[in-house]
Design a protein around this ligand. Structure first.
Ligand code: FES
Length: 281
């Protein structure tokens, strides 16, 4: 008989109905967890610095770990703002504080969740969304998505318009991206290398202009973490997904979003769309 397991308790808000909604069926989580042998991701092609040693997070004894943890690539300990936090659970406040010293008010980090590489990116959307789009005033942009063949797939607005994607509705100025490049499955990084695509700048439009792109070091694909679109993935079994836009390089499309909740100050991911993350398995 399956049993539910409880996410880490909320920080004393005493709202029992809220806690109840956070129960996840353990059988499902085990099925979905990429730590299981059936679903294990094989990291054959590792792009970002130091990910060659990536063993990823381990499921806890209860069958799953919803925490998103910092992953500090080997050699980047002294260069990234989260360099001393390797494998610590990510707190929301850490991103807010890191964003303060940024030109754009953005902050991103490499992470790992349930055995999968992710990028977590903070964008000052709420602060900027009502002002005119201007250089270094980033906000999330909902864009139309087209397949690599030019066929219209759908709109990023579907996160608010379609119930099936409601878990991906943008909230708390944050997104989590499943970080496997749809080209050949390397792991795009956030500001791990220095070039025009990764510098701390932002331009509107979801184009190649501006920096703060997620950059895949293998063959230089770039992804705009503020450009939310619906697209289709042709790798493996074809499927549609909501994700961030590929703005340059050989990747045929962008990378899918991972839904999350804030559990107090801690960032925890949800397994609603795990089928989307199997394209490099
Ligand atoms: S694997 Fe990312 S660009 Fe080739």
């Amino acid at each position: 008989m399956s049993r539910n397991f409880r996410l880490r308790p909320l920080s004393g808000d005493g709202d029992s109905s809220r806690e109840e909604s956070r129960l996840i069926d353990r059988r499902d989580f085990l099925r979905y967890s990429f730590n299981t042998s059936a679903g294990g991701i094989t990291l054959l092609s590792l792009g970002s610095i130091g990910f060659a040693s990536l063993l990823m997070g381990q499921a806890d004894s209860a069958g799953g770990d919803t925490a998103v943890r910092f992953w500090v690539p080997t050699g980047a300990e002294d260069t990234v703002w989260y360099g001393e936090r390797h494998l610590e659970p990510m707190s929301y406040d850490a991103f807010v504080q890191a964003a303060i010293s940024s030109n754009t008010g953005m902050a991103g980090a490499q992470g790992v969740w349930s055995g999968m590489p992710v990028n977590v990116v903070y964008v000052p959307h709420e602060e900027n969304k009502n002002s005119a789009a201007a250089t270094n005033k980033p906000r999330f942009q909902y864009l139309d998505g087209y397949s690599s063949g030019g066929k219209y797939v759908g709109s990023g607005f579907e996160v608010d318009e379609k119930a099936e994607y409601s878990a991906l509705s943008i909230h708390d100025n944050l997104i989590i991206v499943f970080s496997r490049c749809p080209h050949l499955c390397c792991i795009p990084g956030w500001q791990l290398v220095a070039n025009d695509y990764t510098n701390d700048s932002w331009e509107a439009g979801g184009t190649e202009s501006g920096g703060n792109k997620l950059f895949c070091i293998c063959h230089s694909s770039r992804f705009d973490p503020t450009a939310i679109e619906k697209n289709s993935m042709g790798r493996g079994t074809p499927f549609n997904y909501i994700g961030i836009r590929k703005v340059g390089g050989p990747s045929p499309n962008g990378m899918p979003l991972v839904p999350f909740v804030l559990n107090g100050d801690m960032i925890e991911a949800l397994p609603d769309f795990v089928d989307w993350y199997a394209y490099c398995a």
